[in-house]
Design a protein around this ligand. Sequence first.
Ligand code: SF4
Ligand code: MG
Length: 334
Amino acid sequence: LKPLLQLEGIKKYYPIKKGVFSRTVGHIKAVDGIDLNVYPGETVGLVGESGCGKSTLGRSIMKLEELTEGSVMFQGRDLAQLPPSQMRSMRSELQMIFQDPYSSLNPRKRIVELLTEPLKVLSGMDDAEAVKHASELMHIVGLSPQSLGKYPHEFSGGQRQRIGIARAVGLRPRLIVCDEPVSALDVSIQAQILNLLKELQRSFRLTYLFIGHGLGSVKYMSDRIAVMYLGKIVELAPTKRLFAMPQHPYTKALLEAYPVPNPRLRITERTVLAGDVPSPASPPSGCRFHTRCPLAQPVCREREPVLSGGEHLVACHFPLAGDTPQPMGGIACG
Ligand code: SF4
Ligand code: MG
């Protein structure tokens, strides 16, 4: 099976400017070398604390941010090398759902315009076709086609997110980057939206890159989960495996902070996340997590661990053993 999306060496740095001449004095390394494959039909979750670079990564894939380095390959083709004409058709195959559905919908436009415009521009439909299609889309996302004449402010937050979803799936994309699609919504609405996304995935054979702040929604949605810390992926594993036997101390700490108790993670060995996340302008040497890691050894300050493994990848010199025999002679902890 070939990956639908291949991220290779993705870096996104923002210059830090100072003084009257706006001299560049450093860089915020928001995303600092990400490799990731996403296969057709799967959902890959991205988790990590705020500022770990997960949204920036999502936006870079969508070309909403210019890459500092690396390449985004979609269906085997490098997006940066595509001529503008082909970029347009690629635009419809690659869509994004945003965290705040309100800010992503133009408040001065009626829903009918918001839904039909991309259909006309990107799919070449005429007015009548586009309106018919828009009515179907409303139905598909659980809204009444009669509301097409309304403005975004006339809808609730959950309904607005349904409109955002209708807009994204209307173009029959293959991949949708979902950037915290439920974190701005009431808890009572969150499950409905997640279930809608799952239904649509089945009926339209969608592939998702699902960015989440809370582990709950990411666990519910994802087949595999990538854990990010300071611009890098520190662990990547199938969802069940990650929850049952996290190998990276950071992942373990994140899971322990997660409200649903996991009997396999012993409370007595809690690795509470101490200290603040270091600045992405000057990430710690060696392993970036060493300033907060309860298992850090001198080597961790010097040598950067490489993300490695089979279907369970981890970037740590002393990965946790979990229930499996320890491959690297590290410290047993789980
Ligand atoms: Fe902790 Fe060292 Fe592993 Fe980094 S490499 S997570 S500091 S044990
Ligand atoms: Mg974000």
